[in-house]
Design a protein around this ligand. Structure first.
Ligand code: NAP
Length: 261
């Protein structure tokens, strides 16, 4: 494990996560499963969390550093509380929190049911706050912690039929700045990643529509959909000493979508 403070750390140690423990929410598939593998590759022990325990165990199978799978429904406040209590034996050691679990509800705003709105906010935004709040005190006691919030380009720009999702991700970027500012002096950095369109289950319906697929390819200067592993470098950067002086910021990884007109 590298020193408690990133100053003077050698180049390989900047990204070394040996001896660290990371909690990844939404790790049963897609970006979260890839994040779990990347953190494991960098040396961390990973706690994988989502609702589908079978898929969590499957995702953990190829990891080397004694992974742990924990079931939790993060749409529910009680679900988050239970997860924090299940983590009790490990929580004192969670150095890295990846708030990645997310859900999307397509629908025209005038017709969006309030319960659907609530569910999206609860998974995408409230659970991120509650987990950060639950795990930060131990990080502060150790003087080092990393919180990475998986936002979206739809937290920066909007699209039609996505009001609940857009609001939740914009809220997550605000939360990133707020917690980053509040906790930077205690050695905890809070930053966000904003992926563009990444080919996962979440967007498989959209991708199967020719018109949507063409729109993504036309709007993305890189000329392709992203892959979950396009996020690996940024994720390890934000989870390691390499980002110790980066506070409340957002890295956008979208093949140029938001950089272009
Ligand atoms: P995905 O394949 O649909 O995975 C979503 C993950 O969140 C799954 O592991 C799912 O696990 C978990 N999850 C959903 N609801 C949950 C709940 N109530 N409690 C606990 N876990 C829950 O989506 P993805 O594309 O990998 O997305 C991962 C993150 O990246 C999300 O925050 C998403 O908004 C963000 N993102 C994705 C894209 C994209 O284009 N794919 C772009 C920008 C941002 P279970 O179903 O097993 O619970």
């Amino acid at each position: 494990m590298a020193a408690a403070n990133g100053v003077g750390v050698s180049l390989p140690d900047l990204f070394d996560l040996s001896g660290r423990t990371a909690l990844v929410t939404g790790a049963s598939r897609g970006i979260g499963a890839l994040a779990a593998r990347a953190l494991d590759d960098a040396g961390a022990r990973v706690i994988l969390c989502a609702r589908d325990i079978g898929r969590l165990r499957e995702a953990g199978q190829t990891l080397r550093n004694d992974p742990i799978a924990m079931r939790a429904d993060l749409s529910d406040r009680q679900g988050v509380t239970s997860l924090l209590s299940d983590l009790a034996g490990y929580a004192d050691h969670v150095d890295i929190l990846i708030n990645n679990a997310g859900t999307h509800a397509a629908g025209e705003a005038m017709e969006l049911a309030p319960d659907v709105w609530d569910e999206v906010q609860n998974v995408n935004l409230r659970s991120a706050f509650l987990l950060a709040r639950g795990l930060a005190p131990a990080m502060a006691r150790r003087g080092w912690g990393k919180i990475v919030n998986m936002a979206s380009v739809l937290g920066v720009v909007a699209d039609v039929d996505a009001s609940a999702y857009v609001a939740s991700k914009a809220g997550l970027l605000g939360l990133t700045r707020a917690l980053g500012t509040e906790w930077a002096g205690r050695g905890i950095t809070v930053n966000a990643l904003c992926p563009g369109w990444i080919d996962t289950d979440m967007v498989s319906d959209l991708r199967s529509r020719d018109s949507f697929d063409r729109r993504v390819l036309r709007r993305t200067p890189a000329g392709r959909w992203g892959r979950a592993d396009d996020l690996t470098g940024a994720l390890i950067f934000l989870s390691s000493h390499a980002s110790d002086f980066m506070v409340g910021q957002t890295l956008i990884i979208d093949g140029g979508l938001t950089a272009s007109w």
